[in-house]
Design a protein around this ligand. Structure first.
Ligand SMILES: *Cc1c(COP(=O)(O)O)cnc(C)c1O
Length: 392
């Protein structure tokens, strides 16, 4: 072992001793509920492909045709020479769909989040107010800023109100997941908007798990809660981030907002400026995906009926499902090793459900993250319930 590797090995051993080593599973099939994992046929409840679009043949064809027409790469960042007509068309489509004036697209949601909060609240006299359970990319985004970073307990509007009232910051930014990625619950979006109004703050919402799943035609959590509507343009203080690799089934992300806010981000956000634009064929595939997503009421209704079936079937298990009306249905176990053992026992029965442990979730709250998809059948969910009951 090289001397440089000694502290690395010590840390890896510490992770292993705490039951926190993560292992990648190699998927030998396209993303889907019927997955071949390390050569083994599995029923999968482990992806974020909530509408079952990731392997949709029409989207795959759009991607292939898009590559034949527009080539493989964009060749540069958007501001240099990498902004192609498919990117522009996707921006227009997403802005209209979400009810915002304008939007920018990004290669990943991680990059999109890095673009927003630290660009709006950059200086020492600014302040960021964040839910404690926000996604890691939002936490990292806040760390890129010199602004004060105030984290309030999950969903605690009284504490947020107190922090905002006490703040003398020049620019205030409230930032929250809309649907929390490891709990599946919804942020109190109308209350967050009301506080943003009262204290004249920006409201940055990460709708990675609500976009495509919630709201009329899958417009997302803000539409679901009535904070934005198709009748009136969205309020300029709101910035919406949505990812396109989950329900939309492809990859990438967008940030939507007012004309001026989006122009500002396009001029100032380093994670927009200093990165190559995503391949144009991806934008073509996403335009097809949005068409299917928007027409996907049947998929969304089926997903909701699977959620109700799972909740009824898990009612008398020794582990509790967290209250969630989304495709993310976490079964709380608590102990790291126990969560891992339960996931392992399901695996042996041909069911793939990820165990989620710290640091992804707080210590003592290890869980199975059951992820449902409109591609599941009622028989699939019944098989999962039967296995959980047998293991209880
Ligand atoms: C997945 C996720 C992201 C990151 O999106 P990617 O496109 O995967 O980089 C950001 N925020 C939340 C809440 C997420 O779940």
């Amino acid at each position: 072992m090289h001397a440089l590797e000694i502290p690395l090995t010590a840390e890896l051993e510490r992770l292993a001793a705490a039951g926190l080593t993560r292992h990648r599973q190699r998927l030998d099939s396209p993303c889907g509920t019927r997955a071949v994992v390390e050569g083994r046929a599995m029923l999968a409840f482990a992806s974020n492909d909530y509408l079952g679009l990731a392997a949709h043949p029409e989207i795959a064809r759009a991607l292939a045709d898009g590559a034949l027409t527009w080539g493989a790469g964009s060749g540069a960042s958007h501001l240099v020479s990498g902004h192609l007509r498919p990117h522009a068309a996707l921006e227009t489509r997403l802005a209209a769909f979400t009810g915002f004036a304008r939007c920018l697209t990004f290669s990943t949601g991680y990059l999109a989040n890095l673009a927003v909060t630290p660009t709006l609240a950059a200086g020492r006299d600014d302040a960021i107010f964040a839910d404690r359970l926000n996604h890691a990319s939002l936490i990292d985004a806040a760390q890129l800023s010199r602004a004060g970073h105030h984290r309030y307990p999950h969903g605690d509007m009284a504490t947020l109100e107190r922090l905002l009232a006490a703040s003398t910051a020049k620019t205030k930014v409230i930032v929250s997941d809309a649907v929390f990625s490891m709990d599946g619950d919804l942020a109190p979006l109308p209350e967050l908007f009301a506080l943003a109004e009262r204290f004249d703050a920006w409201l940055v919402i990460d709708d990675a798990h609500g976009f495509g799943v919630l709201g009329e035609e899958g417009r997302g959590s803000l539409a679901h809660c009535g904070v934005v509507s198709t009748q009136t343009p969205a309020h300029p203080r709101i910035l919406l981030m949505g990812t396109l690799g989950k329900a939309a089934g492809v990859g990438g992300a967008f940030v939507a907002g007012s004309e001026i806010a989006i122009e500002y981000l396009s001029q100032k956000a380093r994670s927009y400026i200093f990165t190559t634009a995503q391949p144009p064929a991806v934008a073509i595939a996403l335009i097809k995906s949005l068409e299917l997503l928007q027409a996907g009421d049947e998929r969304r209704a089926h997903l909701q009926s699977l959620i109700r079936q799972l909740q009824a079937g898990c009612a008398d298990l020794p582990w509790q499902l967290l209250p969630s009306q989304t495709a993310i249905q976490p079964l709380m176990v608590g102990d790291n090793e126990k969560a891992l053992a339960l996931s392992q026992s399901l695996w042996e029965r041909g069911l793939w459900v990820a165990a989620i442990r710290p640091p992804t979730v707080p210590a003592g709250t290890a869980r199975l993250r059951i992820s449902l998809s409109a591609a599941h059948t009622h028989d699939d969910v019944a098989a999962l319930i039967a296995a959980l009951q047998a293991l209880a």
